[in-house]
Design a protein around this ligand. Structure first.
Ligand code: ZN
Length: 232
């Protein structure tokens, strides 16, 4: 195990906190993002601004930041047919999952990240998946991702560790973790530079960041911020 990590970095709140967490815990940190035709593609435009913001506010972390890459997964949008990649209403499907579920998305993300980490000699992969106050996506569950870790290590004759720092905390605790890692400057970056809204609304400004305030992603983030502030 080396102290080198690859962070699955979308440009959202969770992956930004994971990036800060990795910068705190590892000596060298690279980042990877995915373009799968998401309606909230604006999150990808946020990535560089977040990295620049972190470099400016945290000089002690700046030298640890290594390569960044965005992988084109247009085919995932083509085959998934869901409300995250198609213009349609968000609703529950017959199986009880919201139709924002992109089947296999996180599994694909981790598989591709593992291949990149293999080539780059990075021993740890960091993802912001969470099964505490999530939308029920089965590929956010720790068991799914840990099973994939095992399969990946067997299939690549590797020794990767999948770190999931947000797995057992809720959104308010994610804000709390940001505060612990980087105080007000990091909370500022989270609230002013990241993007979460499923509908790609990056013009409406709220205390808790940009977003429509109505989609499930905004509702989670807003409720998390309000609980965080109430407990502060
Ligand atoms: Zn929204």
């Amino acid at each position: 195990m080396n102290r080198k990590a690859l962070v699955l970095f979308s440009g959202g709140q969770d992956s930004t906190v994971c990036l800060a967490w990795a910068l705190q815990h590892f000596e060298h940190v690279e980042t990877i993002g995915f373009d799968y035709g998401q309606r909230h593609r604006v999150e990808l435009d946020c990535r560089q601004r977040i990295v620049d913001g972190i470099k400016a506010a945290f000089p002690q972390w700046a030298h640890k930041l290594g390569e960044d890459r965005v992988i084109d997964l247009g085919w995932l949008g083509q085959i998934s047919d869901c409300a995250l990649t198609e213009e349609r209403e968000i609703e529950l499907m017959e199986n009880g999952l919201p139709n924002t579920f992109v089947p296999g998305r996180n599994l694909v993300f981790f598989m591709i990240s593992s291949a990149v980490a293999y080539r780059r000699g990075l021993s740890t992969l960091v993802g912001g998946m969470c099964q505490t106050d999530y939308s029920g996506y089965p590929d956010c569950r720790e068991d799914a991702l840990k099973a994939l870790q095992v399969a990946t290590n067997i299939g690549m004759a590797s020794n990767f560790r999948f770190e999931l720092p947000l797995m057992w905390i809720d959104k308010s605790e994610t804000f709390k973790l940001a505060e612990q890692l980087g105080g007000e400057p990091l909370l500022d970056i989270v609230n002013k530079l990241t993007h979460t809204c499923y509908f790609g609304d990056h013009t409406t400004v709220n205390d808790w960041g940009y977003g429509c305030g109505k989609c499930p992603a905004c509702e989670l983030r807003k409720a998390g911020w309000e609980k965080f502030k109430a407990n502060a």
